[in-house]
Every structure is written in structure tokens, then in C-alpha cells.
Design a protein around this ligand. Structure first.
Ligand SMILES: Cc1cc2nc3c(=O)[nH]c(=O)nc-3n(C[C@H](O)[C@H](O)[C@H](O)COP(=O)(O)O)c2cc1C
Length: 388
């Protein structure tokens, strides 16, 4: 153990230094218009920058229209879409944080309603619906439309769409890029034997099922500047024993690292309608999302880091500053990402720095707030003392 909290120790990846190791996990906002960012994206992401997270990721940003989850998801298949996110990128950097973009293709989980409208598939005759695509003509679950199984020429086009998205993201100033290879979306549906039943070069054994993910990675790495880091989000496990396993994730992570991926971001599940997680203590299935214990995905990230020898990012029910610090101190991951907790408290990094004793004088706060927050601390201390 070292004295300085690792959470607030900068981390350099290629030519980019993250000021701390707190990351805002990609969070879909379902608030774009024709894939174009609105004021909501600016307000949402700039709040985390005021909260001083080291790296602020955009939500899953689609590389082509069919790559959106819903009609109101963010996209980066046009220059207009890229331009619209530029003020957000600029503001994140002004706050001393690093702007990152997650690029994605929803595959057979696209053409859906946002979760706050049920998350159900749009009826196929809805004016906003589209024909979804996947590795095979198998729907993601009951009630979901049958996707169109991609031909090899169409796969090559999507690989190029990912590369074009990477170029646009670099052009507007993003400094970190993440490929979304998790949660049952297109890339993971190619990886998983639960979704990929092809018998051509893109299916079959793990080498075939990894082909699409690795082609996307190679194309993106070639399009994304050499001095900027590339992350890849995996679902470390699918759930059922016959699905994608942690051993498969280690094999994939080694291949990703060999192709220039700097950090593997370890999530889990999503290939079938609802993720089927198991308790890491008892092996018993977790019946509901509410049953997921703190850090329930950390054993996966730890396994990938140890066995594939890559840098990793932990995510999933990381709520408490000391919990986050321990994940880093015990070498279980190199970065920690927060989703729901940082939505609940966008100033989590600033509060964590105070809780871990690194920022007793509120100097990490934006200077517009710092002097007043410091005064607030003095008043609070005085009030507490005068009650005694
Ligand atoms: C509202 C919401 C939107 C999300 N959108 C994305 C997304 O765009 N891309 C992604 O990879 N994961 C997405 N996730 C998953 C989160 O990035 C994160 O992995 C998950 O919420 C677990 O972390 P948490 O327990 O800190 O929330 C989303 C989660 C939430 C709650």
C-alpha cells in the first residue's frame, strides 16, 4: 500500500495523462435528434467535468444509423453530428479533464424504445423503426424482431464505419476512444456462441467469432492517432456456462492488446434480454438487478488484468471512495468507472478526494466554486463546534 491514494494519482496512457483514475462510464441519454447532440448532452457531460472526473466518456455513439439502440441515440456517422459535440469536448478539456468517446453498433438490440419508455422493440411498422442486423437471423429474445444476418460485404462496410467514426472523433478533439464490444450489441453478438451461429469465417470457433471484433479494432487503431489511447469494453462473461467465458475474455484481451488496445474495460452480460449473472461468492444465479453486490464485476476485471497482462478498467456498483481505492491498491484494475453513482452525485470525485484526505482545502474544485466551498467547510466546522 502507498500513502498517496492511487485514485488521485495521474495515469499516462500513450500521449495522454489522466489527472486521476475516476472515469465516467458511458451512459446513454436517449436525448439526441437524428444522432445529433442536444443541450442535454452538454449539460450532462459538462457536469461531470465540473466534478473533476479524470476521464469523461460520452454515451454509446452509433457509427451508422442502424447502430443506434433507439431513434434518439447519439451518432457520429456525419460531420454535423461530430461538430455538435465539439463544445462539450472543449468544456471537458477546459476543466482539466480528458474527453472520451465510446463508439458502438447496437446490432440486433437496435430499433428499440428508451428504457424510460419500456426499452421494448419498436413495432416493425413504426415510422422510426429499422431492420436490425446481427451475425445470425436469431432475435435477442421473445418479442424482438429477427435481425438480418450480415453478409461479408456488409460486415466490411461496418468495419469501415467504425474507422470513419474514429477519424471524426479525433478531428473534434476526443483524446480517448472506446470500442463498445459488450452488452449483447453487434460486436459481442459476434463473439458469443449464444448469438453467433454462422458457419463462415466470422463464426464457429473462438477465432472465427473474434474475427469481426479484431477487424474493427485494427481498422479503428489505424484511423485513431498513435499518441491517443484506445479502450475496448467487453462483457467478460455472458452468464450461462455454454456462453462466452472469462477464459475467452483473456484470449480476446491478449489479441486486443497485440492490436494496440491500451485498456480493457470489463463489464458483463447483455447478450440475452436480461443478463444472467451469478454470485461470485456462492455461484447462485442473481435473480434481479437489485441483487448485484458492490463490485460484483471486479473478479472479472482482476482475472483479465492478471491473465492477459493488460491494463483494465473496473465498473459495476462502485459506490464508495475507499472501495474504489482498494480496487486500485490491490492491483485488481488500473481505472474505476462509475455510472449510476456519478449520476446520483456528479461531484463524486471531489467528495472522494476529500474523503480520502487528498483535497482538504477544496483546491481540486473549479476555481469558480473553490473559494466558496472552502468557506462552506469553515462554516460547517464552526457550526459543528458551537453545538457542543
Ligand atoms: C442510464 C445508463 C445508460 C448506460 N449507457 C451505456 C452506454 O451507452 N454504453 C455502455 O457501455 N454502457 C452503458 N451503461 C452501463 C454503464 O456504463 C455501467 O457499466 C453500468 O451502469 C454499471 O456501472 P454502475 O453500477 O456504476 O452504474 C449504461 C448504464 C446506465 C445506468
Amino acid at each position: 500500500m502507498t500513502d498517496t491514494p492511487l485514485l488521485f494519482t495521474p495515469l499516462t496512457l500513450r500521449g495522454v495523462t489522466l489527472p486521476n483514475r475516476v472515469v465516467v462510464s458511458p451512459l446513454c441519454m436517449y436525448s439526441a435528434v437524428d444522432g445529433i447532440a442536444t443541450d442535454w448532452q452538454f449539460a450532462h457531460l459538462s457536469t461531470f467535468a465540473r466534478g473533476k472526473a479524470g476521464l469523461v466518456f460520452t454515451e454509446a455513439t452509433a457509427v451508422e444509423p442502424r447502430g443506434r439502440i433507439t431513434p434518439v441515440c447519439l451518432g457520429i456517422w456525419t460531420d454535423e453530428q461530430a461538430e455538435a459535440i465539439k463544445p462539450t469536448v472543449r468544456f471537458i478539456e477546459e476543466m482539466g479533464c480528458v474527453p472520451g468517446m465510446q463508439i458502438a453498433h447496437a446490432g440486433r438490440k437496435g430499433s428499440a424504445n428508451p428504457p424510460f419508455k419500456g426499452g421494448t422493440p419498436l413495432p416493425t411498422d413504426n415510422a422510426d423503426a429499422w431492420e436490425t442486423v446481427g451475425p445470425s437471423a436469431d432475435p435477442v429474445g421473445e418479442g424482438w424482431p429477427t435481425p438480418h444476418a450480415l453478409e461479408t460485404g456488409a460486415i466490411a462496410q461496418i468495419v469501415e464505419d467504425f474507422a470513419a467514426a474514429a477519424r471524426r472523433a479525433a478531428d473534434v478533439g476526443f483524446k480517448v476512444l472506446e470500442i463498445h464490444g459488450a452488452h449483447g450489441y453487434l460486436i459481442q453478438s459476434f463473439l458469443s456462441p449464444l448469438a453467433n451461429t454462422r458457419n463462415d469465417a466470422y463464426g464457429g470457433d473462438i477465432q472465427g467469432r473474434m474475427r469481426f471484433a479484431l477487424e474493427v479494432t485494427e481498422a479503428v487503431r489505424a484511423a485513431w492517432p498513435d499518441d491517443l489511447p484506445l479502450f475496448f469494453r467487453i462483457s467478460a462473461v455472458d452468464g450461462p456456462a455454454e456462453g462466452w467465458s472469462l477464459d475467452d475474455s483473456v484470449i480476446l484481451s491478449r489479441e486486443l492488446a497485440a492490436r494496440g488496445v491500451d485498456v480493457v474495460d470489463c463489464s458483463a452480460g447483455g447478450v440475452r434480454g436480461a443478463p444472467a449473472f451469478r454470485s461470485t461468492d456462492t455461484g447462485a444465479p442473481l435473480q434481479s438487478r437489485g441483487e448485484r453486490p458492490p463490485g460484483f464485476q471486479v473478479p472479472y476485471v482482476e482475472g483479465v488484468r492478471r491473465d492477459a497482462g493488460v491494463k483494465t478498467m473496473a465498473v459495476g456498483v462502485i459506490f464508495d471512495p475507499q472501495q474504489a481505492e482498494d480496487i486500485l491498491q490491490y492491483g485488481r484494475a488500473d481505472l474505476v468507472a462509475l455510472g449510476r453513482e456519478i449520476m446520483y452525485n456528479p461531484f463524486w470525485p471531489l467528495h472522494a478526494a476529500q474523503a480520502l484526505g487528498t483535497d482538504p482545502d477544496s483546491e481540486m474544485w473549479p476555481h469558480q466554486y473553490a473559494w466558496a466551498v472552502k468557506r462552506r467547510g469553515e462554516i460547517a466546522a464552526y457550526s459543528a463546534a458551537s453545538k457542543v
